[in-house]
Design a protein around this ligand. Structure first.
Ligand code: ADP
Ligand code: ADP
Ligand code: ZN
Length: 213
């Protein structure tokens, strides 16, 4: 299964992608997580990307496409993957089509979570993430079993540096201007599955799995 979770920042992509990885035993490929790991390692690429991320702007396409090319070539992607947070521009979507074509693969489904901006702001304001495994929780809507501790790996949860009100506005702007146009791209390919992402978390999960049968 070659899948993609799609939606605005904070729409629930990462949360739902985790359930897909568990059910299908495929890796979650989050460009955001890969970039944050590069920042933690203080690589040159990470330091360059950080400037864009802290400002809530998109990292240049060439950097992102390079990351995805390397990641999709790894062995664990042979039986499928869940793309999370990629592609975010038409250029990235076209590069992905080419990468998949060249390796005789295709995307099976784009699971798109639609959530109004007002709700996005609430979700991002209460988000807590695990710096180790990338899992994401919400203080109110999806609290971890033990306060500030990751359910999956036990690491201490943190607030992402870019999860602040000002940066979120820029990220939503970037989403509407540069990423939302991809909806038509994937509708044209006949693999676009719109899901009401504003529902309670478990109802979104239910609709997502129904879209896959
Ligand atoms: P969210 O989905 O909550 O916005 P991500 O972890 O997916 O968070 O992304 C965090 C930041 O990393 C983005 O605001 C952007 O700066 C950068 N980023 C992640 N993926 C991409 C991408 N595909 N193209 C460009 N920038 C990206
Ligand atoms: P994304 O990966 O799209 O940026 P996340 O999966 O990190 O988004 O979710 C953003 C925040 O919203 C997190 O705090 C998460 O726990 C919470 N969340 C996810 N899905 C829902 C939902 N259906 N209802 C309420 N909160 C949700
Ligand atoms: Zn964790």
């Amino acid at each position: 299964m070659n899948l993609m979770v799609f939606g605005a920042p904070g729409a629930g992509k990462g949360t739902q992608a985790k359930f897909l990885t568990e059910r299908y035993n495929i890796p979650q490929i989050s460009t955001g997580d890969i970039l944050r790991a590069a920042i933690a390692d203080e690589t040159a690429m990470g330091m360059e990307a950080k400037k864009y991320m802290d400002a809530g702007k998109l990292v240049p396409d060439s950097t992102i496409i390079g990351i995805i090319q390397d990641r999709l070539a790894q062995d664990d992607c042979a039986n499928g993957f869940v793309l999370d947070g990629f592609p975010r521009t038409l250029k990235q979507a076209q590069a992905l089509q080419k990468l998949l074509d060249d390796s005789g693969k295709k995307l099976d489904k784009v699971l798109s979570f639609d959530v109004p901006d007002s709700q996005i702001i609430e979700r991002i304001a209460g988000r807590r993430v695990c710096p180790k495994c990338g899992a994401s929780f919400h203080v109110q809507f999806n609290p971890p079993k033990k306060e500030d501790v990751c359910d999956y790996c036990g690491d201490a949860l943190i607030i992402r540096k870019d999860d602040n009100v000002d940066t979120v506005k820029n990220r939503l702007e970037a989403y509407h201007a540069q990423t939302a146009p991809l909806i038509d791209f994937y509708k044209d390919l006949g693999i676009f599955a719109p899901i009401d992402g504003a529902q309670e978390l478990h109802l979104v999960t239910k609709d997502m799995f129904e879209a896959l049968v």
